[in-house]
Design a protein around this ligand. Structure first.
Ligand SMILES: Nc1nc2c(c(=O)[nH]1)N[C@H]1C(S)=C(S)[C@@H](COP(=O)(O)O)O[C@H]1N2
Ligand SMILES: [Mo]
Length: 413
């Protein structure tokens, strides 16, 4: 045997092979793979399906079941622990829908998008007409304000499963706004969805003119119904609620318009009063993470996701000693602005109890804080946000505790 082979053997014996087994077990939740569903050969040819051995699924948020007794869907969490790379499969993209709205069934041939308000020429576009404008395709995350890690959250799906990342295709909103001619004095735009409760939100005109997309494509095909078919707004890096699905109209206005959606978005905490608009730098380790179990000491591929509303991820650091020392992780994907970025490092677990954390720095130089640092900043007792939760966009560091038996849990629990 050559020395290369020998060293590879030694490496595997060190634990990497065992680690892979552990990851598969936790991904399937220790349940046996279901028997293959019989699809007609014609269906198989027409639209592919994943292997029946792959069982990764979305789950409802802890506090509200989906579907509920009325058949309504609330917020649904993406299985981050099973994901590889940076693109969330469309069928596993998280769902954030208010008040259990029924997904509108919009015929794309009947679809109309109205752009009006403080413009020289109010215009209405069909989907066909939107597609006659030059398209752009960009990779961006969407994250819901509800994505705040709580002590009773056990898995990374529960702590962070309200964020996903897709390649979105559409027309830049700025192109359509220029087509209409924005009038002097305009400062904000209000977007509205087509469903009965009318998801809506106000964003600054400067953001609308910058990088917002009127999107009809998600990961190479039409946007999924739950994610806004046929057209949604993408507001890169802003809180999820501004990414209006089933986009019906955008009104150009002179000041901030309150909407039905403001219930959770103007902070009740006078110390942070104001709007939550843009996400700060954020990251989370997805392996090892809560609910998983390391089969034994050895070498593992620690991995996770980092992102920021402030632009591109510049650096991710990992600490295995509760935040005393930090080491740069490797960036293991392409880096896009306002997009999930994959990081990882080869990590040797000696079998001792330890605490794992990741910390993101973005292109603006913003650094992801701990809950204790946030408390200090807002002049609160050190564990204030452990017990109260963070008001608004929570981008604090998530610590995972690895016990001596290899089991991993939420260190806030
Ligand atoms: N029309 C409409 N748009 C909406 C919502 C909604 O309920 N109705 N939910 C918002 C919220 S709170 C979030 S977090 C994002 C979630 O997008 P997703 O369901 O595609 O993940 O959509 C936003 N856009
Ligand atoms: Mo949300």
């Amino acid at each position: 045997m050559d020395s290369k082979k020998a060293s590879r053997r030694k490496f595997l014996k060190g634990g990497a092979a065992a680690a892979a087994v552990g990851a598969i077990q936790s991904a399937s939740g220790q349940t046996p793979a279901p028997a293959p569903v019989k699809r007609s050969l014609k269906d198989e040819v027409a639209y592919g399906e994943r292997s029946h051995y792959v069982t990764s699924v979305r789950v409802a948020v802890l506090e509200r079941p989906s579907p509920d007794e009325f058949g309504l869907t609330f917020h649904v969490l993406t299985p981050l622990q099973d994901q590889v790379g940076i693109i969330t499969p469309s069928s596993l993209h998280f769902v954030g829908t208010h008040r259990g709205a029924i997904v509108p069934d919009i015929d794309p041939r009947e679809y109309r998008f109205l752009l009006h308000g403080m413009v020289d020429r109010p215009l209405e576009f069909t989907l066909e007409e939107l597609k006659r404008f030059p398209s752009v395709s960009r990779i961006h995350f969407v994250e819901c304000l509800g994505n705040r890690a709580r002590a009773d959250h056990k898995t990374v799906q529960q702590t962070h499963g309200l964020t996903s990342c897709s390649e979105w295709t559409g027309v830049l909103l700025s192109v359509l706004l220029k087509e209409c001619g924005v009038q002097k004095g305009a400062n904000w735009v209000v977007s509205e969805g087509a469903e009965e409760v009318k998801g809506a939100g106000s964003i600054p005109l400067a953001k609308a003119m910058d990088d917002c997309l009127v999107a009809y494509g998600q990961n190479g095909e039409a946007i999924r119904p739950q994610n806004g078919f046929p057209v949604r707004l993408i507001v890169p890096g802003f809180e999820g609620i501004y990414n209006t699905k089933w986009l019906r109209r955008i009104k150009v206005v002179d000041h901030y318009y309150m909407t039905y959606n403001d219930y959770g978005h103007i902070s009740k905490d006078p110390k942070v009063a104001g709007l939550n608009l843009q996400w700060g730098p954020k990251s989370v380790i997805t392996f090892p993470s809560g609910g998983q179990k390391l089969p034994g000491p050895g070498v593992y591929q620690l991995t996770g996701l980092a992102w920021s509303g402030g632009g591109a991820v510049r650096k991710v650091e990992v600490s295995a000693d509760g935040g005393h020392t930090w080491k740069d992780a490797e960036i293991r994907s392409q880096v896009h602005r306002m997009a999930h970025t994959r990081f990882g490092m080869t990590w040797k677990w000696e079998g001792q109890e330890c605490m794992l954390q990741s910390r993101c720095t973005d292109e603006l130089g913003q650094v992801q804080p701990t809950k204790a640092q946030l408390a200090k900043f807002f002049n609160q007792p050190p564990d204030y946000y452990h017990t109260h939760g963070v008001q608004g966009t929570d981008n604090t560091i998530q610590p995972w505790r690895v016990a001596a038996d290899g089991s991993v849990s939420n260190a806030f629990a």
